[in-house]
Design a binder for this molecule. Structure first.
Ligand code: HEM
Length: 484
């Protein structure tokens, strides 16, 4: 009644004192919130403890938020993780909309993730995929391979080589102790960054809730800062060893580019800014891409006819006398449909978080300033009103669509608007090349009798239990495989 009077969107009843609607929530949150929307409507007003939340689960309301109200909703919610891991909300992912965020976003898109630079570093991705293939070739034919760590290490090597020209996993890693340290920094980051912290929503003293969590964040951030700084120092030493200035021609990785910018504008491009950008790319880039790879392979193993079709496409368009490469990807529309269908069912960011900086209206309702917006992308991408057999894995449904990873506001795994993912191009290359290579080179089967598709929502939407698979080199590719 009160909501109606204030023209707020409907709310499930009752709203309890202090905890609000928190009593309704279970993991995984995107599924639970989707059920609430089915029951109470696609535009809901919730109380996460003391914080007001607008939950949007229809494509038309999402469109309104990300077009007409895109600037109003271009902030991120301030949560404890962003305070510590996001360097007091100053990192690209966590920063509020404004000049600072715009600058970081410009540097990321123009200097680091531009088409040109991503293209220039394609040899890194090709190298790392070859290294993964060698690891799979060296495993015993009947051995069950756990895929999750392989994908995580692949994506980490990709990102760390792009960022710092260093690899930490797999073959030819010199310092094993250092590699272990890096692994721990990343996995702790995924764990803590993805933990929901009740203390963010309840106005209770820290010593009751969240004290231990906050201490872990602070301790992790110390380790991260010291690791990132050591990489910067190392690159600075290499680049300036001949006493000359850092010209653009000398730059091999992202830190180099940022250090060359630091030479011309030391006040803005401080080491702190460089560390923040490094950290953002490594944390946003690895878990999301590795998780999506694992979902894609799981769906393929559960649907062997789809692998066959993709193999036919590869044999036809690329052949069997060389490995697939990134420039083949536009010629592989069925592979593209597989990636789309994977990210439809398992979007890495199933609940996209924004926050309103002023009052606005959505679906005719009044949305107060400071409201957290959660767009339930997972629910929208499986909305039975928009999708035929929404829960089925059917890559063919994207047959008529073009290469782009968007279909209005009903399919947008990389988000949309100002805060949309700046790295779609890089992610699609990493996913496309890895998946294509695994399909081209191996026959796959499940490693255990039955596969589960249980979801776990951490920093991104991951498979709770690692995919177990068996693979055999395809005889038709034996010549190529003997040379890599
Ligand atoms: C399968 C892979 C990926 C998916 C599905 C994905 C998806 C997303 C989504 C849904 C968002 C939020 C959009 C919004 O708030 O409206 C996002 C933001 C972001 N992504 Fe990605 N992403 C992927 C890979 C990557 C990679 C590889 C990088 C970097 C190397 C990256 C960097 C970022 C950053 C920095 C943001 C925050 C941008 C901002 O707040 O301005 N992502 N991504």
């Amino acid at each position: 009644l009160l909501n109606k009077f204030q023209n707020l969107p409907p709310s499930p009843f009752p709203v309890l004192p202090i905890i609000g609607h928190l009593y309704l929530f279970k993991n995984p949150l995107h599924r639970c919130l989707s059920k609430l929307s089915d029951r109470y409507g696609p535009v809901l007003f919730l109380q996460f403890g003391s914080r007001p939340v607008l939950l949007v689960s229809s494509s038309s309301a999402a469109e309104e938020c990300l077009t007409k109200n895109d600037i109003v909703f271009a902030n991120r919610p301030h949560l404890l993780a962003g305070k510590h891991l996001g360097n007091n909300y100053t990192n690209l992912t966590y920063a509020s909309y404004g000049d600072h965020w715009r600058n970081l976003r410009r540097i990321a898109t123009l200097e680091i993730l531009s088409l040109h630079r991503v293209q220039m570093l394609s040899h890194i991705r090709a190298d790392e995929v070859r290294s993964l293939i060698r690891r799979l070739l060296s495993s015993d034919r009947n051995q069950v391979v756990e895929m999750k760590p392989l994908f995580l290490e692949l994506m980490l090597n990709n990102m760390l080589r792009m960022v710092a020209d260093k690899r930490y996993y797999g073959e030819s890693v010199e310092d094993v102790e250092e590699a272990k340290k890096v692994h721990k920094i990343v996995t702790d980051g995924n764990l803590l960054g993805g933990t929901s912290n009740i203390g963010d929503f309840l106005p209770l003293p820290k010593w009751i809730f969240g004290g231990g969590y906050e201490n872990s964040l602070i301790e992790l951030q110390k380790r991260r800062v010291s690791f990132m700084q050591s990489l910067i120092d190392e690159r600075r030493k290499i680049l300036t060893s001949d006493g000359s200035s850092i010209s653009k021609e000398k730059t091999k990785c992202m830190i180099d580019v940022l250090l060359s910018l630091q030479e011309s504008d030391p006040e803005y491009y401080t080491d702190e800014i460089i560390r923040g950008l490094m950290q953002t790319l490594i944390t946003s880039g690895t878990d999301s891409s590795a998780g999506t790879m694992e979902w894609a392979m799981s769906l393929l193993l559960a649907n062997p006819e789809v692998i066959k079709k993709a193999q036919n496409e590869l044999d036809h368009c690329v052949g069997n006398d060389r490995l697939v490469n990134e420039s083949d990807l536009p010629k592989l529309p069925y592979l593209n449909c597989i990636i789309k269908e994977t990210t439809r069912l398992y979007p890495a960011g199933p609940l996209i978080p924004h926050e309103s900086s002023e009052e606005c209206t959505v679906a005719g309702f009044r949305i107060p300033r400071g409201t957290i917006l959660l767009i339930n992308l997972w629910a929208i991408q499986q909305d039975p009103k928009l999708w035929d057999e929404p829960t089925r894995f059917k890559p063919e449904r994207f047959k008529e669509s073009e290469g782009i990873m968007r279909d209005g506001f009903k399919f947008m795994p990389f988000g949309s608007g100002r805060r949309g993912c700046p790295s779609e191009n890089l992610a699609m290359r990493m996913l496309g090349l890895t998946l294509a290579s695994l399909i081209q080179c191996f026959e796959w089967e499940l490693g255990n009798e039955k596969m589960d598709m249980i979801e776990k929502l951490g920093i991104s939407l991951c498979k709770a239990n690692s995919l177990q698979a068996k693979c055999q080199p395809r005889p038709i590719m034996s010549d190529v495989l003997s040379r890599i």
